[in-house]
Design a protein around this ligand. Sequence first.
Ligand SMILES: Cc1cc2nc3c(=O)[nH]c(=O)nc-3n(C[C@H](O)[C@H](O)[C@H](O)COP(=O)(O)OP(=O)(O)OC[C@H]3O[C@@H](n4cnc5c(N)ncnc54)[C@H](O)[C@@H]3O)c2cc1C
Length: 471
Amino acid sequence: MKYDAIIIGSGPNGLAAGIRLAQEGLSVKIFEKEDTIGGGTRTLELTQPGFHHDICSAIHPLAKASPFLKSLPLKDYGLEWIQPEVPVAHPLDDQPSGALFRSFDKTVSYLQEEDKSNYAHSFAPFLEKWDELLTDILAPFSLIPNHPLKMAQFGLQALRSANGFTKRFKSTQTRALFAGLAAHGIMPFDATATAAIGLVLGITAHTVGWPYPKGGSHAITKAMAGYFESLGGEIETGVEITSVQELPDTKTILFNNTPQQILNIAGEKLPQSYAKKLQRYEYGQGVFKLDFALSEPIPWKDELCQKAGTVHVGGTFEEIATSEEQTANGKHADKPYVLVAQQSLGDESRAPDNKHTGWAYCHVPNGSTEDMTEPIISQIERFAPGFRDCIIEGHAMHTQDMQAYNPNYIGGDINGGRADITQLFTRPAGLFDPYHIPKTNMYIASSSTPPGGGVHGMCGYHAAESVLGRL
Ligand SMILES: Cc1cc2nc3c(=O)[nH]c(=O)nc-3n(C[C@H](O)[C@H](O)[C@H](O)COP(=O)(O)OP(=O)(O)OC[C@H]3O[C@@H](n4cnc5c(N)ncnc54)[C@H](O)[C@@H]3O)c2cc1C
């Protein structure tokens, strides 16, 4: 055999799988369709020369906290994290913004009186030994947790719906703050386990922060690729694999792709019952993305938002819940929940001549081609009057542009499949080992496996462990 393993796709999970296998001395080759590696972590001058925009991912609490990524010498390969003064802020009409600070105590003392102890009781139990707990949270169901009691305590809270979990908070401010966190899951707030992502993201704000890489999110996968190659791994870009027949001789194949693509590339080689399960796999809502070249920072009314790396725009809990429900029901929210990142505030390499970049997206129905530019700008303008006048140039991508850019984003779904309770833990086929395709030498190493979307590389890491176990 020419290779021990071939990986199709060089996203963070493809690279993580490659690194883990190469660490064990296996010969590994990665094929990437685009001319550059990185999947959802590329950075490009999308608007004007000198403005470096993160096309997909921007803010990386999960990459910073990832048990596998943090074990790698990525700093030696150029990865430098920038921590914003405020991880996340949440502006509101006519009252102070919600905010999470790195310091847990500072956050509790900043919150409204009626929610101080509610917040402390909800988050404090998980702060200590968070690293170890997160390793259990980001593992597939098939692995016995290292900390079963803590995991059970976390599960009791995390399995609640965002609606149910938020009932403990009384103030508009804290309720809105939690809505902004939970909405990262891109699910309606009455769905089971929608509190989980809110809890994880809230806790990471206090434990590792919500940093972004100097120079752009591409720095994460560039560093991973550099380390992978230092271990003897090979990468070939500009090669789209349309069938497994095209691959050189290899003992194993790992797909850094989602079920629909795997059916196209390897359909005939899959066991029929498995192929049927992949056909039934469901994709989630899509995103509409906007990037801005700005003449100055976004002129938020509230000073706290001017210091934040991430700003959750959408107003109260009820407003955000409505917008998420509308999208889940196939509608376009007229007042969407908008995620805004402002990396150039702490990274002057992102824009020339003291100018700035702005990164924003909102959720839309899967496959939507609706132009959400105006609703997004209006929502930002609502909390930052004068924003419109700061825009030098904008760049928009609807869901189909997203999928054309990266075929893993089916219908604009950035999480590799709907993250509901039926698909979250055992995706994509409900098997004990979610990474191995039964009766074949093929594996899945993408966000369509546990623990799902985000830049953390843990899907790739666990897929590689599955390969190592079998080889
Ligand atoms: C707008 C947007 C914002 C996001 N924001 C964040 C964020 O702030 N923080 C965060 O953690 N996550 C964020 N994400 C999600 C994150 O980018 C993804 O969850 C993550 O990139 C998934 O990694 P992956 O390795 O599974 O797949 P991907 O990163 O999608 O990589 C798959 C790779 O496979 C390649 N490929 C596909 N088909 C083939 C083929 N046939 N042949 C060869 N190569 C192929 C693709 O070109 C791509 O390079 C965001 C995503 C988007 C789109």
